[in-house]
Design a protein around this ligand. Structure first.
Ligand SMILES: NCCCC[C@H](N)C(=O)NCC(=O)O
Length: 454
């Protein structure tokens, strides 16, 4: 382990380690802001560029292509365990910023007025608009950087908080990420009305991500200082070598497999739903874009409170495996209620926020109990790649289901079948959570024990 300190180091100072969390939390908030910033703009993209439901789903899902099909999150995790936090983090946050700028450029007048790349994009795949293609390229690059940078930030949290308030720190980190999402749903509908044109909403998001690169550079200075204080032991350089057995060992670990499958199904029922949620409320409850955006942001806002709270409880009392079961069950019930009832979407989104706090607050710190810290980047990277299979397939499938079950141009759009799909994913997540808890009794990782007892 990389923690054989004799003297006190930076991470022993409560203020410094929480300040580090705020720095990387800013990077994460920018990442989540950009991911969600275009979701409230679905109808605007249809109006401006003729996006169909499927085009919009394609735009959302292209984020995951580098992580699923090029295994970027896995390679990113391996690169991270080998090259370390600073170099890997800088590289992938820079990718994220570049991708965000390319997306904004693709939606801009500068590009549509025969800007760089317009002629080329017009010449390939003529069935799709040049704007969509440039925006797809941007989101692809953004996704390539964004997922690995989340892996890097997860490793940063483990580095500063393991053996201390780990689950609480993960909870706060996720809370900061969700503030990014909530801000996106709040600000984007306002920014599209700005005098500088509707694309201000996308440019603002792109500059937010770019500013996070500067914040990451500040973090790097503290990281360097900590590494100088906490000298690695002699075995580290050898153990930093990646071996294929690092992956095969993970695949032989049943607890890890169940938690990965839970991650896939649970998140597939949340993020793709969330991306369509503003449009769903608008259609189901006949609301304005601003009203529906405000309902959507109740879920991330709820998680800002609940995720750190549940993280604190997991640190203190344990029960992570049990809470993952409850979280999956609540998620399923909320989606069924969305599909078949007209219960208040305000209440349901808050309840969804509780489910979306229970599982992440328990899941991510639990992985640190199953996997050695030196391999945590590889483990999170692997989970993210598998999860991205869902983040790729389900937005696309939602768009296809919507186009298939609705008549083009006829409003309101009916989301019932898509909601049933999300509820089914919730049921699968519930089953994997049960299996994980059963397996924990055999493996002895102690997922239901408090954080400092392992
Ligand atoms: N920004 C939306 C996609 C993030 C996915 C990421 N791989 C993840 O799972 N993050 C953890 C979380 O709970 O947000």
């Amino acid at each position: 382990m990389n923690t054989n300190t004799v003297k006190k180091s930076l991470k022993d100072s409560v203020i410094t380690r929480w300040a580090m969390l705020l720095l990387v939390g800013f990077v994460l908030a920018a990442n989540y802001y950009f991911y969600d910033a275009l979701s409230p703009l679905k109808s605007t993209l249809t109006k401006e560029f003729g996006f169909s439901n499927t085009d919009f789903g394609l735009f959302l899902s292209v984020y995951s292509i580098p992580n699923v099909f090029l295994l970027m999150a896995v390679f990113g995790g391996i690169i991270l365990d080998k090259l370390g936090i600073r170099r890997t983090g800088f590289m992938f946050v820079a990718f994220m910023a570049f991708g965000a700028l390319v997306t904004a450029y693709g939606a801009s007048d500068m590009y549509s007025n025969n800007g760089v790349g317009y002629a080329f994009m017009s010449s390939i795949f003529p069935g799709y608009s040049p704007e969509l293609k440039m925006m797809l390229l941007g989101r692809f690059l953004f996704g390539l950087g964004a997922e690995t940078s989340i892996v890097v930030i997860s490793k940063i949290i483990v580095k500063w908080f393991k053996g201390k308030e780990l689950a609480l720190a993960f909870g706060v980190k996720l809370g900061l990420a969700r503030i990014g999402s909530a801000l996106a749903f709040y600000l984007s509908p306002i920014l599209i009305k700005s005098e500088t044109g509707w694309t201000t909403a996308i440019w603002f998001a792109a500059f937010f991500v770019t500013s996070s690169l500067l914040v990451f550079i500040i973090y790097m200075m503290f990281d360097l200082k900590l590494d100088k204080q906490v000298k690695p032991d002699n075995s580290v350089s050898e153990s930093n070598e990646f071996h294929i057995s690092d992956i095969t060992d993970l695949l032989k670990n049943r607890s890890f497999i169940y938690v990965t499958l839970l991650c896939l199904t649970f998140y597939s029922a949340v993020f793709p739903f969330f991306s369509f949620s503003a449009d769903f409320f608008l259609n189901k409850f006949n609301l304005t874009l601003e009203q529906s955006g405000k309902i959507s942001l109740l879920m991330p806002l709820g998680t800002v409170i609940f995720t750190p709270l549940f993280g604190f409880l997991v640190d203190k009392y344990g029960k992570a495996a049990t809470l993952m079961i409850y979280g999956s069950l609540i998620l399923t019930m909320v989606h069924l209620a969305f599909a078949f009832t007209t219960l208040s979407p305000y209440v349901l989104m808050v309840v969804l926020g509780i489910a979306f706090s229970l599982v992440p607050a328990s899941m991510w710190p639990s992985v640190a109990k199953m996997v050695d810290e030196k391999r945590i980047g590889t483990a999170y990277g692997f989970m993210f790649s598998v999860q991205n299979l869902g983040l790729w397939a389900f937005p696309l499938l939602t768009g296809v289901i919507l186009d298939y079950t609705n008549v083009e141009g006829v409003k309101p759009i009916d989301y019932t079948y898509s909601m049933v799909m999300f509820a089914s994913l919730g049921i699968l997540g519930f089953i994997f959570a049960l299996l994980l808890k059963r397996e924990d009794k055999l493996s002895g990782y102690g997922l239901n024990l408090p954080s400092n007892s392992k």
